[in-house]
Write a protein that binds this ligand. Structure first.
Ligand code: GDP
Ligand code: MG
Length: 163
């Protein structure tokens, strides 16, 4: 059985970097697929022996009249409703921000399964942020480095029982 995984989090935490790593060269851009807009990008992902659909949430970088927080909330809700599992990324170097708290609240209330990951986790500059992530009430964070490909074994270990 396969599943869908939505990568959610505020802008610049490394969602697209992780998406690209999970999809590799198998990127299937589905702009013209019903229900998939510019804001949500789907790809066929592989992690070890797991095969799944990964959803990247984007589109928050463009300036519009609506507040960033309002758009982030809506987009996160859409991704949560689409996906079997949510992977919530924070930036371990930045620590937990107020926007992270808002998204964590949505996920705690609405998501079927949430996996928490502290990205940019390479090096000691991330130590404090990883510890802060425990305070989000979403379980033990995975220490990830999407850029360096670290922590993917821990992601696999959390996904495997849900697959
Ligand atoms: P998104 O806005 O959440 O999709 O974030 P991006 O994937 O576009 O990444 C934002 C920035 O963070 C880029 O400059 C990435 O190169 C950088 N980045 C992503 N993952 C990591 C990581 O694991 N470590 C570090 N140091 N930088 C990262
Ligand atoms: Mg992105």
């Amino acid at each position: 059985m396969t599943f869908s995984l939505a990568i959610v989090g505020r802008p610049n935490v490394g969602k697209s970097t992780l998406f690209n790593r999970l999809v590799g060269k198998r990127l299937a851009l589905v702009d013209d697929q019903p229900g998939v807009t510019r804001d949500l990008r789907e790809g066929a992902a592989r992690l070890g022996d797991l095969r799944f659909t990964v959803i990247d949430t984007a589109g928050l970088e463009e300036a519009t009249d609506e507040s960033l927080q309002g758009r982030m909330r809506k987009l996160t809700e859409r991704a949560v409703d689409m996906a079997d599992i949510c992977l919530f990324l924070i930036d371990a170097r930045a620590g937990v921000t107020p926007m992270d708290e808002v998204l964590a609240e949505i996920l705690r209330k609405r998501a079927k399964h949430v996996i928490l990951a502290a990205n940019k986790g390479e090096g000691s500059a991330a130590d404090a942020g990883v510890l802060e992530a425990y305070g989000l009430g979403l379980g033990e964070p995975i220490r990830l480095s999407a850029e360096h490909g670290e922590g993917l074994n821990d992601l696999y270990a959390q996904l495997m029982p849900l697959s």
